[in-house]
Design a binder for this molecule. Structure first.
Ligand SMILES: Nc1ncnc2c1ncn2[C@@H]1O[C@H](COP(=O)(O)OP(=O)(O)OP(=O)(O)O)[C@@H](O)[C@H]1O
Ligand SMILES: [Mg+2]
Length: 472
């Protein structure tokens, strides 16, 4: 999955966003909690001050009953626990709205001591295993500190609030994250989409489809890349057209002189009825070279004809078996001469295809020519026909040396000859290139592989033709 740039981009965005959100979430939760606690502290301080003013006279008189009575008369919001002490620290009143929340001895002594010293104190601390937010203020009567009021709110009360803050922050982070997933998915697609499009187009261009162009969608670097790619494809197309024209023109121009040469060599042989051995060998060599030249020019003309679409196919129902038999028979003498056995087999009722029989003969001839050329004496070349799921197959197998794995992808290229066949064997490297174009033009495919036991196996596939209409 992470092989795709889209997912990698997306993962990067997500990691960055997640880290930022985590930091923000934790910070927000802490900050909100702290603010809330500070607010509670301020509220407690205000309440303690209110109580201190109310009970000032009773505390000044150190009257427990009066202090409690006066304290009970104070109305204040919330339900903090309140402890009122006299100047010696003795408790005059100890109140809690709920018994479970009563702040027991010892009260937060430091805060009380500070208040008795005339200073206000507020904060939060552990009291008896419970976390308490507290505020302590002095009770001032006649300008002197007469005692202190301590108000504390156990955090149990606040926990609900804090939970609420945390869940709020949590949900906000989650919603933002989902939103971020969506946005980063779109963003990653926007960047990776054109790249994938260009990659696919480049692969098609490399495979020979030079008419490929990609849409220029943006005005950024990706747009520039698309433009450059289109420019490159256009240039390649132009060069390819020039090359084709050149091959067509050159082979056309060569045809007449080569034909004249063939005739001249034949005439020369006739005019010298019994040449001496040296002249005979020379004449033979010249004859062979002229023949090679003639076949090369023929191949080049064929290639430029198929490449430019000038080959007119007569697609009719054909029995492949007959085509193969004709080709095999025509190669039998050469097989016998090389000591290579030629075999043909196929289903009893034949293999019908919709094809041009002359062109299919040409394709099979190229394959058999190679097979015979590369198979050493004593070997075997087998042509097998078959039909499977609407496809007709021809397999041409030999017991030759096989093809190097590195060469396999290139053997259908123009002028390609494997290194091991470069020396000694004659051929321009055009046979398979022509064969492939002819098969593709008829709606089929051709491929090659090495046989496990040694030798090569070529497979030609064509769509099966209508059985009843087959004329053979
Ligand atoms: N049956 C085979 N066994 C081993 N190698 C093969 C076989 N068929 C093709 N090749 C390899 O593929 C190359 C290309 O084959 P192709 O038929 O296109 O060219 P060629 O036979 O060398 O020349 P041409 O067909 O133009 O006379 C050959 O040169 C050879 O290296
Ligand atoms: Mg060949």
């Amino acid at each position: 999955m992470f092989r795709h740039i889209r997912w990698r981009l997306m993962a990067t965005y997500m990691v960055v966003i997640l880290l930022a959100l985590l930091f923000l979430g934790v910070h927000l939760a802490r900050d909100s909690e702290a603010r809330y606690m500070a607010q509670v502290e301020t509220g407690l301080l205000a309440q303690a001050r209110l109580v201190a003013v109310h009970v000032r006279d009773a505390v000044g008189a150190r009257d427990t009953t009066r202090t409690q009575a006066e304290f009970a008369g104070v109305r204040y919001p919330g339900s903090p626990s309140v402890i009122i002490v006299d100047r010696a620290g003795a408790i005059l009143a100890n109140y809690a709205a709920h018994p479970a929340l009563r702040v027991k001895e010892p009260v937060h002594r430091e805060a009380v001591a500070l208040a008795l010293g005339g200073k206000e104190a507020a904060g939060s601390a552990e009291v008896g295993g419970v976390r308490v937010v507290y505020a302590a203020v002095p009770v001032v009567a006649d300008g002197n500190v007469a005692g202190a009021v301590y108000a504390g709110l156990p955090v149990v009360e606040l926990e609900e609030q804090i939970r609420h803050i945390r869940s709020f922050v949590g949900w906000t982070v989650l919603a933002t994250l989902l939103w971020a997933v969506l946005v980063s998915l779109l963003l990653a697609r926007r960047i990776a989409g054109p790249i994938q499009e260009m990659q696919a187009a480049t692969a098609r261009i490399a495979a020979g489809d030079l008419g490929q162009r990609v849409p220029v969608r943006t005005a950024d670097e990706l747009g520039d890349l698309a433009r450059s790619l289109n420019y490159m494809a256009a240039e390649l197309e132009r060069l390819d057209a020039t090359r084709r024209e050149f091959v067509a023109d050159a082979s056309h121009e060569l045809r007449t002189p080569v034909a004249n040469l063939t005739v001249a060599v034949e005439a020369l042989c006739d005019t010298i009825p019994s040449p001496d051995p040296a002249s005979a060998a020379l004449l033979d060599a010249v004859g062979q070279e002229v023949e090679r030249l003639r076949s090369l020019v023929g191949s080049l003309l064929d290639l430029s004809a198929v490449e430019s679409g000038r080959v007119h196919l007569h697609l009719v129902p054909v029995d492949l078996e007959d085509v193969a038999a004709r080709v095999v028979e025509s190669f039998r003498p050469r097989g016998a001469q090389h000591g290579v056995t030629l075999d043909q087999s196929g289903p009893p009722r034949g293999v019908r295809v919709h094809a041009d029989s002359d062109r299919m003969e040409q394709v099979l001839s190229n394959l058999l020519d190679n097979a015979l050329k590369f198979t050493p004496p004593g070997g075997r070349v087998t042509v097998t026909l078959g039909e499977r799921r609407g496809q007709a197959y021809v397999w041409v197998e030999d017991t030759g040396p096989g093809i190097l794995a590195d060469d396999l992808p290139h053997i259908f290229d123009r002028f390609f000859k494997a290194d091991r066949s470069r020396s000694g064997r004659h051929g321009a490297g055009l046979g398979l290139a022509i064969a492939r174009r002819l098969v593709v033009a008829q709606g089929g495919q051709i491929s090659a592989e090495n046989r496990p036991g040694g030798g090569t196996k070529f497979t030609v596939t064509l769509p099966s033709g209508p059985r009843e209409a087959a004329a053979g």
